[in-house]
Ligand binder design. Structure first.
Ligand SMILES: [Zn+2]
Length: 508
């Protein structure tokens, strides 16, 4: 329908070209002006300074997808930019688009990834098993009727629409509950001004009991400090607000299905998401959104009160991290790289449950990995070290044999710990096994660091093979990056520049 109308507009313009050339010229100029500045739409013309949350169900498997609308909510102020309403980052496997229903003008868009998007690439999803996930899109509250549309990527990464529905902002069925919950406490960890031109981060507490409120406060302070100690967040510190939201959980910690441990917590987070022992997500999107709605927010952190290593991050959805292990600061920064900026994992030796997540014959959308199909037009070519060879040779074979050996050992140790927990073994026995694992994990991480540092290309931007869970045919910008290996280290040059660009989209 949309394409048909565009064709009509084109034909009207054609007639004007014949009848009144001057008028056509003016029309063309205004169209050109819109064309060169497509990211800006007129906020006050189309929106009120409030938030509309559109909840829907995303159903299907790797070959079939279906959306059904769930509920629509109205909240307080709009936390996002009033300038960058159209998303020009071209990231995420999905894109929500909002059109003014009367004119079909695109007035808002946002790219994102989702739990469903990951499920599609799992063995179950590929095997045809259908599942349902609950998702939300947040938009500024429209003044008039809108068309809510969801697009997904085809096999060539082009977006195409597969769901559209008209929404009337005056509909009496839109839920206008005031967000209030006596158990919830909101903290201002960092306040730097008007939410409209700041990145508003909300850190939600998960698995903290009534007695662990002060632990939440301590953790909130620690991780806020970690955030502002890392570039580029450090240089943009005054562009961020950080809120903490605490709601007590019945139990401390979260589910560990492999160990037979199940907890009653506010956001129902769990280890073993997508079948990966260290991957922590929640499928309870409504609980996350309801809790986050206590503050204006652009980005969600779920801070998990747990000592085990684990986390996860999905672009423009949320990220999770655990608070009490030796790599907690790394987890906190690495996972936010995924959820806030859409960065890819640069590592390739660890186990993941995806199948063909980044096909090597297709250039990935993410700014920090490449299939190097067109080396002359490498997407980070402006950052390349002068004269560096592409692809850049880096003694990969020796690294691989060292790292794959550790990955196998790691798997065995983790299975042993899960087994001990499942059998309700002696707590000392479990702790000894966990301590041994932590020690070896740290040792390996230090080994990786020193191995990479010895290379003559360390600290230089090139194209290093091995990235995005793929050992060959996928490349990363630098030998090391916090998106590549664990530990206290910076984002690489390419990741840092991209994050800065995303920050500017929220704050300009
Ligand atoms: Zn990087």
């Amino acid at each position: 329908m949309y394409k048909f109308e565009l064709t009509n507009i084109e034909s009207i313009k054609m007639k004007k070209l014949i009848v009144i050339p001057v008028l056509y010229f003016l029309l063309a100029m205004s169209a050109f002006a819109q064309e060169i500045n497509p990211v800006f739409a007129d906020f006050d013309k189309f929106f009120n300074d409030e938030t509309m949350r559109i909840d829907y169900f995303h159903i299907g498997n790797s070959t079939e997808e279906l959306i059904t609308l769930d509920q629509v909510y109205k909240y307080g102020i709009w936390a996002g930019s009033r300038k960058y309403l159209i998303d020009d980052l071209n990231l995420g496997r999905y894109c929500a688009k909002i059109y003014d229903a009367a004119t079909n003008q695109l007035i808002f868009s946002k790219g994102f990834d989702s739990y469903f998007g990951e499920y599609k690439t799992s063995t179950e999803g590929l095997g045809g098993i259908k599942r349902t996930f609950q998702e939300s899109v947040l938009i500024p509250y429209p003044k008039n009727k809108i068309i809510f549309s969801i697009e997904r990527r085809d096999e060539k990464q082009n977006l195409f629409e597969f769901f559209r529905k008209e929404i009337d902002p005056a509909d009496v069925m839109i839920i206008r509950d005031e967000v209030k919950n006596k158990q919830v406490k909101v903290y201002d960890a960092e306040s730097n001004g008007d939410p409209h031109d700041r990145v508003d981060i909300v850190i939600l507490g998960e698995g903290y009991t009534v007695d662990e409120k002060s632990k939440f406060e301590k953790d909130l302070k620690h991780f806020s400090d970690v955030f502002f100690s890392q570039e580029p967040y450090k240089s943009y510190a005054d562009k961020f607000n950080i809120h903490g939201v605490y709601k007590p959980s019945e139990d401390s910690g979260i589910d560990e299905p492999r160990a037979g441990i199940f907890k009653n917590t506010v956001l129902s987070c769990t280890f073993n998401s997508m079948g990966s022992e260290r991957y922590v997500l929640t499928e309870d999107n409504k609980a996350v959104r309801d809790l986050a709605a206590n503050v204006p927010y652009d980005a969600i952190y779920i801070m998990i009160n747990h000592s085990r290593y684990g986390g996860g991050g999905i672009y423009n959805l949320f990220c999770t991290f655990t608070t009490d292990n030796q790599f907690k600061d790394y987890l906190f920064l690495h996972e936010f790289g995924h959820s806030f900026s859409g960065l890819a994992d640069e590592y390739y030796t660890s186990d993941v449950q995806y199948n063909d997540f980044y096909p090597v014959k297709l250039e990935p959308l993410e700014p920090n990995i490449t299939a190097l199909l067109d080396p002359a037009n490498l997407k980070w070519k402006k950052y390349l070290a002068p004269g560096i060879e592409i692809p850049t040779q880096w003694n990969k074979a020796a690294f691989d044999s060292m790292d794959y050996k550790w990955q196998a050992e790691r798997r065995t140790m983790n299975n042993k710990i899960a087994e001990l927990k499942k059998n309700k073994s002696d707590i000392e026995l479990i702790q000894t096994a966990e301590n041994e694992y932590a020690k070896k994990d740290k040792e390996h991480s230090q080994l990786v660091d020193s191995y990479l540092k010895k290379n003559k290309y360390y600290g230089k931007v090139g194209a290093f093979e091995g990235a995005g869970y793929v050992a060959t045919g996928m490349f990363r910008p630098m030998l090391d990056c916090i998106m590549f290996s664990k530990g206290s280290k910076p984002y690489c040059t390419v990741c840092t520049a991209h994050i800065a660009k995303v920050i500017e989209h929220y704050t300009e």
